[in-house]
Design a protein around this ligand. Structure first.
Ligand code: NAG
Length: 258
């Protein structure tokens, strides 16, 4: 008799049945893999995350990538993000590119001296901010993982791609991490990493595990683990990094001093 009833249902009933089916499919999708679903990020959830817009000296075009605030004066990103960078606009405390909490401009870049664009080795770089960015609710540095034990999963946040153009809204999803032939990569059923997400952080348990260095064809990403670069970062930035030493947000609403 069920089939008869289904044949007789009104349009409203059909719509309701479709909604139920979609809800069921969404629940199935969530429980099928280890990944969380993709979700829009709220302001302050990822206070280390920065959006980078880069004026490229050779082409005159603008590139878009991402990075992480690792200190009051330094942003970590990938070297490939900064190829021929002339000026870099750094947006902090941003879930929507058009309304960041703070924007600074920089042209001081330190690319890893052994970065090899052809092989992708040491694809890591620092941007000097030229002023101290003090921690507030929406803007704060992240610690870097110093252990060579890479966890099996992490969390990725990025602005992604929208109709072949850089996306403008931050969203986050879980990724699985795997290592093959000494190369670390991320995969996910929940969302896609795009070329515009190069430089973004993969985070586990509140510390940055890796930098995205490329989008892969299966919607995942190629990663550069940060633990091997902690010494280089400390020497280059003249800072001391400790995952435990992330400063607490200050109540003071003034975000930076010169
Ligand atoms: C490195 O930092 C220390 C203290 O934080 C400072 O005394 C020293 O002058 C700095 N070195 C350079 C080369 O900037």
């Amino acid at each position: 008799m069920v089939s008869v009833q289904l044949l007789l249902v009104s349009d409203e009933m059909k719509a309701f049945a479709i909604i139920l089916l979609c809800a069921f499919a969404a629940v199935q999708g969530r429980s099928a893999g280890v990944q969380s679903t993709k979700s829009a990020a709220a302001l302050g959830e990822n206070p280390w995350l920065v959006h980078l817009r880069i004026a490229v000296s050779t082409s005159g075009l603008l590139n878009t990538c991402a990075g992480s605030l690792i200190d009051q004066r330094w942003v970590l990103t990938s070297a490939s993000c900064l190829s021929d960078a002339r000026f870099i606009w750094i947006r902090y405390g941003v879930v929507d590119v058009i309304s960041p909490s703070l924007v600074t401009e920089s042209s001081a870049v330190r690319v890893h001296p052994e970065y090899n664009a052809a092989t992708g080795e040491n694809d890591i770089a620092l941007i000097s901010i030229n002023r101290a960015v003090h921690s507030v609710d929406n803007v704060a540095p992240i610690g870097l993982a110093q252990s060579s034990d890479i966890p099996s999963s992490g969390r990725f946040c990025g602005f992604g791609e929208d109709d072949s153009a850089p996306g403008e809204t931050l969203s986050c999803f879980g990724v699985s991490l795997s290592e093959e032939d000494g190369k670390l990569s991320a995969s996910s059923d929940a969302g896609e990493v795009s070329e515009f997400d190069i430089g973004a952080a993969v985070v586990n348990d509140g510390v940055q595990i890796a930098v995205v260095v490329g989008a892969s064809s299966d919607n995942g990403a190629r990663l550069m683990p940060v633990n091997s670069y902690v010494r280089w970062i400390e020497e280059t930035a003249n800072i001391s990094l400790s995952p435990e030493a992330v400063p607490e947000p200050e109540d003071n609403p003034v975000i930076f001093v010169n």
